[in-house]
Design a protein. Structure first.
Length: 195
């Protein structure tokens, strides 16, 4: 019976090491159908360290799936470059938002441009919303899925993630630890029943 605690400790260690942690995504945007509208929400932080400033500009809240363009809210922005990722997230043309709120932040994947509010301090919290009244995911021409743009390395590694439509529930590596514990339980039960 003394071997059981050692086996339990070993299986617990294996289970703990096998858990996969999700990739870091510092600014996350979701696009979902909500009733008769499409709502876009985004929040998080952006690390500008590995990016290069291009120019100040004015940006309107709009979506252009064929150019991987999406800006939450309307306002004056600082434009940065230096990331990699998808150049489209659908085939739709440009559509301007019906209403917006929060920070003007966004991405133009086809043009390699990232937008943050003018005067933005790297790492500060950002959030924004856009509503496309009377629209559907189909009418906007977006393709459901997850799209990620990345830049930087080490402590300055960062990303901008776009989730279109409901996200699947990630396994996060939980199957192996649960299986290990189930097998441990079966082994302990067999041992107890054979006594």
């Amino acid at each position: 019976m003394k071997a059981l605690p050692k086996i339990l400790l070993a299986l617990t260690a294996v289970a703990a090491l096998s858990v996969a942690y999700p990739a870091r995504a510092n600014f996350i945007v979701t696009i979902n159908q909500v009733g008769a509208n499409v709502d876009v929400t985004g929040s998080g932080t952006i690390d500008l360290t590995a990016l290069s400033f291009i120019t100040p500009a004015a940006a309107g809240a709009a979506i252009l799936p064929s150019g991987a363009y999406l800006v939450l809210a309307t306002g004056n922005v600082a434009v940065y470059t230096g990331f990699s990722g998808p150049t489209s997230f659908g085939s739709g043309g440009v559509t301007f938002a019906s209403s917006t709120g929060g920070n003007a932040v966004g991405i133009a994947g086809h043009d390699g441009e990232l937008f943050v509010p003018q005067g933005y301090v790297s790492g500060a919290a950002l959030s924004g919303t856009s509503t496309y009244a009377g629209a559907t995911l189909l009418s906007l021409g977006v393709t459901p899925g997850t799209y990620t743009w990345t830049w930087g390395t080490g402590v300055h590694a960062d990303s901008f993630t776009l989730q279109i439509g409901p996200a699947g529930v990630p396994d996060a590596g939980s199957t192996l630890p649960l299986l290990s514990f189930a097998l441990l339980g079966v082994a302990a039960l067999r041992r107890k029943l054979s006594c």
